[in-house]
Design a binder for this molecule. Structure first.
Ligand SMILES: C[S@@+](CC[C@H](N)C(=O)[O-])C[C@H]1O[C@@H](n2cnc3c(N)ncnc32)[C@H](O)[C@@H]1O
Length: 192
């Protein structure tokens, strides 16, 4: 997953393709039935901290959020508390099938080709999920926010440092990063 994370982000020469997608889907389809065992109050606290300290009291422009790599929706309800409309996108049919019906739209799709129009998102939220920098650039409006969370910090299989995230994004940002327990997060506002 480390290698794939860097490939997807454009930090490795080999990128994302159909073969990579098939491999990833196979892995996560198999993990879907037991994915709920990975939830914990500590992991939830990392996401809440990113929202509370990263977004702060900013609720004015929190209309449309895209949750990429949403899995079984462990954090979807938390996201729905902050945004009016949330698309929870996952490429694994089994993950989507195991997600309980909730307050977000669950979409089976590839985050590398999001089924939404240009600059239509106020936020893109990636919790332990791959970062497709150019697709984020396409869908996130200027002034919108990328929320990047690694529940187990540097030990998270799908992990990038804030420095790597900022490096691969093809647009300028400002924002903040922090730690919460074992987790790490950064909340980056698109400035141009
Ligand atoms: C490590 S899990 C994280 C799930 C959830 N965010 C969580 O923290 O519990 C990564 C998720 O990303 C999904 N995923 C992987 N590649 C994807 C892609 N290209 N597009 C959408 N989802 C993808 C996987 O199917 C899996 O559900």
């Amino acid at each position: 997953m480390r290698i794939m994370t860097r490939r997807v982000a454009g930090l490795d020469a080999v990128g994302w393709d159909g073969k990579a997608r098939a491999e990833v889907v196979e892995v996560f389809d198999a993990l879907a039935p037991e994915w709920h065992t990975r939830s914990s109050p500590q992991r939830t606290a990392v996401v809440l901290d990113a929202f509370e300290r990263g977004l702060g009291g900013n609720t004015v422009d929190n209309h449309v959020a895209i949750e990429v790599g949403s899995g079984i929706g462990s954090y979807s309800a938390l996201i729905a508390n902050r945004f009016d409309t949330v698309l929870s996108v996952d490429v694994s049919a089994e993950m989507v099938r195991h997600a309980p019906a909730g307050p977000t739209y669950q979409v089976l799709a590839d985050s590398g080709l999001l089924p939404i129009s240009d600059r239509s998102a106020d936020a893109v939220i990636a919790i332990n999920a791959f970062l497709f920098p150019h697709e984020v650039a396409r869908v996130l409006r200027v002034g919108g926010t990328l929320i990047w969370v690694n529940s187990s910090g540097e030990e998270t299989p799908i992990h990038l440092s804030t420095e790597d995230v900022v490096t691969v994004l093809p647009f300028p940002v400002d924002g903040r990063e922090s730690r919460a327990g074992a987790g790490t997060w950064c909340v980056l506002r698109r400035t141009g």
